[in-house]
Design a protein around this ligand. Structure first.
Ligand code: AMP
Length: 179
């Protein structure tokens, strides 16, 4: 089986979760399989292996799991981007739109220094609203965003274009069309 197919098949589809009409792409099956987990991390970091990366910024919560492993692999620090009210020190905050209503995310104000090279990580990019807000937070801190990495792209929802419009390179491993 090809590498692409193996990775794709390690991701479980849950139909009508969390609500009717949505196909939830569940990466717990990928994470639970040693070979798939390693492959996903290896393939995401591959282009950046020789580059000095200061920080990996992971989006709560699945971005923490992948981001932690990627930070280790690239010998970079890890920065959590969290839902509001969870981080104990001084934070910078940004509001972003969800399908219904708005939410806010935060990172510690001292987590990234101006000019530091950062890679943003999450499991999946759909509309790109979440990752766009995270990029804006990092840009506000004057980070240099080297790339935004996701295991899964839902290309029909246009998230990649949103990040590219901010000048951010997007790297994804597998696509599910029609979602
Ligand atoms: P978006 O802001 O629309 O790009 O949504 C991305 C965030 O929502 C990521 O943190 C994903 O983990 C989660 N998400 C959105 N759609 C799905 C889906 N179909 N399956 C699993 N997670 C999803």
């Amino acid at each position: 089986m090809s590498r692409y197919l193996e990775l794709t098949e390690s991701i479980r589809a849950i139909h009508d979760y969390p609500k009717p009409g949505i196909v939830f792409r569940d990466i717990t099956t990928l994470l639970g399989d040693a070979r798939s987990f390693r492959r996903a991390v290896d393939d995401l970091v591959h282009p950046y292996a020789g580059t000095k990366i200061d920080k990996i910024a992971g989006i709560e919560a699945r971005g923490f799991i992948l981001g932690g492993a990627i930070a280790h692999q690239l010998s970079a620090g890890f920065v959590p981007i969290r839902k509001k009210g969870k981080l104990p020190h001084d934070t910078v905050r940004i509001a972003y739109s969800l399908e219904y209503g708005v939410d806010e995310m935060e990172m510690h104000r001292d987590a990234v220094e101006p000019g530091q090279k950062v890679i943003l990580v999450d499991d999946l990019i759909a509309t790109g609203g979440t990752a766009e807000a995270a990029c804006k937070l990092l840009l506000q801190m004057e980070a240099e965003i080297v790339a935004a990495c996701f295991v899964i792209d839902l290309p029909d929802l246009g998230g990649r274009r949103k990040l590219e419009a901010l000048g951010v390179e997007v790297r994804t491993l597998v696509e599910f069309e029609g979602d």
